[in-house]
Design a protein around this ligand. Sequence first.
Ligand SMILES: [Zn+2]
Length: 361
Amino acid sequence: MKTNERAKYIYLTLQLLPTEKEREALQMTWDNYKKACNTFSRIKYLKLAKGKHMDVSACKKEEPKSARALAQRLLHAVYENSIKYTVEEAYKNQEDSKKLALIVFGEYDETNVKLLAIPYFRKPTFTVDFSTKKCRLDLAKNFQKIAFTIPKGLPEPPESWEVKRAYLKLIYGTWYLTLGFSNPTIKTEVKPDAHIVGIDRGEINIATTYSPDKGAKRYSAKDYYTSCKGGTKDDYHKNLFAKDVIVAQEIVERESPDTIFVLEDLHFNKLRKGWSYRNFSDAFIYLAALHHQCVFFCDPRNTSRTCPKCGEVTNTKRNRDEHRFICCSCGYGEKEIVNDDENAAENIYLRGRKELLKDDF
Ligand SMILES: [Zn+2]
């Protein structure tokens, strides 16, 4: 059995439909949560910087307060753990990259900020009812029961799926609640004849798939038109998400229920043109699990630079204008035209297959 830690949770993002009053309660909670996280972030940063003997004079000094004091003053006690979690996770990721800088929490399209999301981990603080399409959230002042809608193309989750956590997000003026379910397909039995499909994600091609039986297929962003069109950033964002859902749906429906999909294990700290690949993989993992298909994440290094024929990595060319891959070592792609995204999808397939078929210990 292979266990895939990266696919431990399946995410479904609901769009909230708050009334004017509920919108005010959400906004107030959001603003105060952000303030609490930024204050706690400065406390945390000063502590870490002091340990490293760094000059912290540029960082405005504040009266140190605990997460509990901040939660009580700005929100209420129940937020203490979530403030700590949000800030400490952010610094933990920074520690991995061995750089220390003050982390500022901010909004979706702000630069040099950590995107804010308010996590709800324990059940009394949030509940979701799919029969009435209402969720109940513990907000700064009181509980609010807020109506929601499931994005078009994503079916309701089966009743057997357990919601473990929820994240409140604000993106271009729209409120979302992302639900985390424990993944029922996390353990994968891999037989040597398993049906494996590699998937590369990108901007020009939302996805490119590869399997030996079906070959490569590109899902080009320009081929997908959605009804949600408008000029605002919010419209643009919703439009991209709708496209992601359609592509994800087409891919899962094209493959049999026993398929194992391989995606690159990418981490999404940066947004590209106000968009994150994360949205495609969330929708994709959700739909694949509903189709009893598994998703496995492989090592993402050099997938677009590797030659699938001879294994060469450094002596290869990727012509971005022609979207072409050429291997200067064995000549693959010199005579025939090899699309760069299709090449990456084939490499992801090969790498995933190798990792999946390795013996378990
Ligand atoms: Zn080669």
